[in-house]
Design a protein around this ligand. Sequence first.
Ligand code: GLN
Length: 479
Amino acid sequence: MTLNIKQLTIKQAHELLVTKKMSVLELVEATLKEAEASRGLNAYLEIFDDVRTQAEVAQKMIDEGCATFLAGIPFAMKDNILIKGKVASASSKMLENYVATYDAFVTKKLRDAGAVFVGRTNMDEFAMGGSTENSAFGVTKNPHDKTRVPGGSSGGSAAALAAGAALAALGTDTGGSIRQPAAFCGVVGLKPTYGSVSRSGLIAMASSLDQAGPFAKTVEDAEIIFDCIKGHDPMDSTSYPDNFPRKDFKKPKVIGVPTEFIRAKGVDPRVLQNFETALEQMKKAGYEVREISLPSLALGLSVYYILMPAEVSSNLARLDGVRYGYHADSTNLLEDYMRSRGEGFGCEVRRRILLGTYVLSSGYYDAYYNRACAVRETLRDGFTKAFEEVDIIATPTTPTPAFKIGEKSQDPLQMYLADIFTVPVNIAGVPAISIPSGVVEEGGSKLPLGIQFIAPNFMESALFAAGKDFEKVRDSNII
Ligand code: GLN
């Protein structure tokens, strides 16, 4: 049968597989063909050589009648998620030859469910960036316009999915790295509640902010993946026990909009217009839209760019060229460290290590790091209070559509501003989803935009419910 992989959802593929209208191998071959056809995007750093063997394992599960929704589904995996026996480089020269010795928790969950790992995808080095331009292995291109970035840091995963070179993908999100590329590439991206998906086996960036999560074409597909990868893991001390008390599901009705914050300078008017339209559509679907005041949101970016580099500088200290990773020989141990780290890390990674070391240094610790920790609490409280009034909060996912390759790479501050709507979510730890909300036309290309819904801790179900409603009512001008 001829498959339109670019349109095919997990749910549909699952139906075709279990009714034997399609074999796993057929699905995998069709995916590999798309991966080959879209090689110029540089979405994958490597296509695995055992994809067909994995397909056989999945087929057996299906034939034996024990297929999960994900059995036989081709996945693109971000290059900072360990898959036993495969290279996991975090797109860094430092870990170019590092072979994972074990499966990450999320990998194991997917493997047990019968998922097929197609390959590992390009990303900003150690997940630091919002454009995939910081990869040591070249930039990834946006499938909707090859002169533009796919977003980042999980740009390769988003681009692979949007190009039909996978049916699903996994990424990590420390300050927006799933939601922002999802918005730029026209797919759904979920950042789960901090602690609901184990971080064991992810190459850490900023441990108090990092979460792994799914990319998918539909909200329903994202939910299927989330249901598979969530759950308690004793290997991650911040993973919540499965019996941790949670509120019961209540269908969301009231959407809070921090209007003041959204109208801040620098947001593209087309983004604002698209957002307004999306809210109108939600009203038609029966939701109440209420303006809320959440002034602490404006502090998110400043807090993030103190806490994140602090944690980065500490997490990356282990990469000293001695224990593992890139090693450059020099005249003594100190020189070895300096050469190995100087040559092994790219410019943005070194910038953040320096920033982090600075904010943690004895004279500045109180002034920067401790104050940022205090403001983090203010931000968390702000969200808690807001959620007493509204069920979910909506913002645009990004202030602009995908920008041109090279447009912001020389100006780190401009690049950091692109995270304005996504980082407060990680600071607070709450879950959020980005859903395609329409397109803007520019230079002959249709550039996707995304709307972000934010929910209280462990209320992913509210995001899925609102997200599915939005998918039904949104403008049909969707890629
Ligand atoms: N763009 C943000 C940054 O550069 C987010 C990165 C991420 O979520 N990994 O830090």
